[in-house]
Ligand binder design. Structure first.
Ligand code: AMP
Length: 232
């Protein structure tokens, strides 16, 4: 499998010209969003976070938001039918024509099959699945200290990635908050669900998997991911 064909590689520097479709896989708190954001900047393709899309729907009070709200607050998965509809609508938007990075979707075998069907029907393929590996003990610490911007969804960590001014987003100046599902009881549910429903996708995607140790310096992890993607 070639993520970047020779022709595309010659077409220009890494970035705007390359079409690439990636899935970020890994438990909650493994850094999918953080690394996905960096990949989105580097390859100039949108990062589509299913969690951010659902939280925005809840805030806006849409039909999807009303269906999803209780699941989100309990740290449970919204039904496959709901999230598959939301994501396939999003994937048809104009900014997805040069590729995208999926963060948080698919999360079950049913969703992976639905995504596969959608791609096939549109003559498209995934290029790689980045699997971030982080121990549970580390994840609980990361998630309980995570704070997120209420407006632009930027993510901080109280200790390791604090905002310059406490409680205020560096990027847009809006208030930071702790997600309901980042509280300790809910974190445990989410990790259990990850193991049961999402971890089997590691095997499902084994032919296109890029396994990355997700502990340590974020910039180094990012460079490792890029070099493995570009070697594909
Ligand atoms: P995340 O921001 O990815 O941690 O997602 C937050 C919450 O949104 C999850 O705990 C689920 O309730 C819901 N969610 C996000 N993505 C999915 C998905 N692919 N399938 C089902 N529920 C999802």
């Amino acid at each position: 499998m070639k993520v970047f064909s020779g022709a595309r590689r010659e077409a220009g520097s890494r970035g705007g010209e390359d079409k690439v479709r990636l899935v970020m896989l890994g438990p909650p708190g493994s850094g999918k969003g953080t690394q996905g954001e960096k990949l989105s900047d580097r390859y100039k393709i949108p990062l589509l976070s299913s969690g951010d899309i659902l939280r925005a729907a809840v805030r806006a009070g849409t039909e999807v938001g009303k269906k999803a709200e209780a699941y989100l607050s309990r740290g449970e998965l919204v039904p496959d039918g709901v999230i598959v509809d939301v994501m396939t609508v999003r994937l048809k938007e104009a900014d997805c024509k040069n590729g995208y990075i999926l963060d948080g979707f698919p999360r079950t075998a049913g969703q992976a099959n639905a995504l596969g069907g959608f791609l096939k029907n549109n003559g498209l393929k995934l290029d790689a699945v980045v699997n971030l590996i982080v121990a549970d003990s580390e994840l609980v610490g990361r998630l309980s200290a995570r704070r997120q911007c209420s407006k632009c969804s930027a993510v901080y960590h109280l200790q390791f990635r604090p905002s310059a001014k406490q409680g205020v987003c560096d990027k847009c100046g809006s208030a930071l908050y702790q997600r309901d599902d980042d509280k300790e009881e809910t974190i445990k549910n989410r990790l259990t669900l990850y193991k049961k429903e999402t971890a089997p996708l590691i095997d499902y995607y084994k032919g296109m998997l890029i396994n990355i140790e997700g502990k340590g310096n974020g910039s180094e992890i990012f460079e490792r991911i890029c070099s493995l993607i570009e070697r594909k």
